[in-house]
Design a protein around this ligand. Structure first.
Ligand code: ZN
Length: 294
């Protein structure tokens, strides 16, 4: 019989593994066995569920519905905050155009239903990216929170002082409008579906640089988690060193640093363990040192 470990122990194992996705999944599986004993708001259980949900692009997603439900039940406020982080990750990162992101869309819907105003700028950026079906869900959540699908009403809401990040409200609401009615110009359902697929492929790689100004600034830890998810989504293991192959704590860096035009696409990312990072020649360390500045 499997030993039932406490959420605290499970979280420590996750941290020691460098948040390897297999370890996160095992931890969630163990939480499932003790779901009746978990106290509302248990901080360790909440942290584990958050690790799970933020690993966007993981190979298996079905178990995430359980994490979504349990997190909502244990700590509704933390669930809202986590779903917002998920939307921010999606708004900033390359996405896989052939994926439909059902769990992420469920989180987006929940932000809309719970009318989480704070999520408006990030939802609007994701809608304006026009990556379907994610952008459609994001646009609907915006309309739900604002209480209207009218472009002017959405613009006015984004202009209010409580949403300082929404620095280009007109542009954002125009994007929301496009994502709400993506098939307006098409003559048939089939051609509109084709069109959406083509647009998604064109926009999948990364969002326009200007989107960044409408999102909350990203801390080093948050960026690291986001880049790990990008690698995971591309079928690579971010908790394995790309140089020596050791599993454990790693840091993700850019081959071509962002301030030299390097993107967050998986092909421009690599993970290194501490010893390999220290062995890099000074010039090559740049991608990592940049993270440290943030
Ligand atoms: Zn290494």
């Amino acid at each position: 019989m499997a030993e039932v470990r406490s959420p605290q122990t499970l979280l420590r194992l996750i941290e020691e593994s460098g948040a390897a996705f297999a370890v996160v999944e095992d931890a969630v599986e163990t939480l499932r066995l003790q779901v009746g004993d978990l106290a509302p708001g248990d901080p360790d259980a909440v942290a584990i569920l958050r690790h799970h949900l933020l690993a966007i692009g993981s190979p298996s997603d079905v178990a995430k519905y359980f994490s979504l439900e349990l997190l909502t039940r244990l700590a509704p406020e933390r669930a809202d905050a986590t779903f917002l982080e998920v939307v921010e990750q999606l708004a900033r990162s390359p996405i896989q155009p052939d994926r439909t992101y059902p769990v992420e869309r469920a989180m987006i819907r929940q932000l809309g239903e719970r009318e989480v105003t704070e999520a408006l700028p990030a939802l609007a950026v994701l809608a304006a990216r026009e990556v379907y079906p994610l952008s459609r869900s994001a646009a609907r959540a915006v309309a739900k929170i604002v209480g209207s699908t009218d472009q002017d009403v959405i613009t006015d809401r984004l202009k209010r002082d409580d949403l300082p990040e929404a620095s280009r409200p007109q542009e954002l609401s125009a994007g929301v409008n496009r994502a709400l009615w993506p098939s307006r110009k098409s003559s048939s359902a089939r051609s509109s579906q084709e069109r959406r697929r083509k647009i998604t492929q064109e926009n999948a790689e990364s969002p326009p640089d200007s989107s960044q100004t409408c999102l909350r600034p990203e801390s080093k830890a948050v960026r690291q988690r986001r880049l790990r998810a990008v690698l995971l989504g591309a079928g690579r293991d971010p908790s394995r060193c790309g140089n020596c192959g050791q599993a454990g704590r790693t840091e993700i860096g850019h081959l071509l640093p962002p301030n030299h035009g390097g993107s967050d696409r998986p092909g421009n990312l690599f993970s290194l363990c501490g010893p390999c990072r220290r062995r890099l020649p000074r010039g090559r360390r740049e991608g990592f040192e940049e993270h440290a500045v943030a």
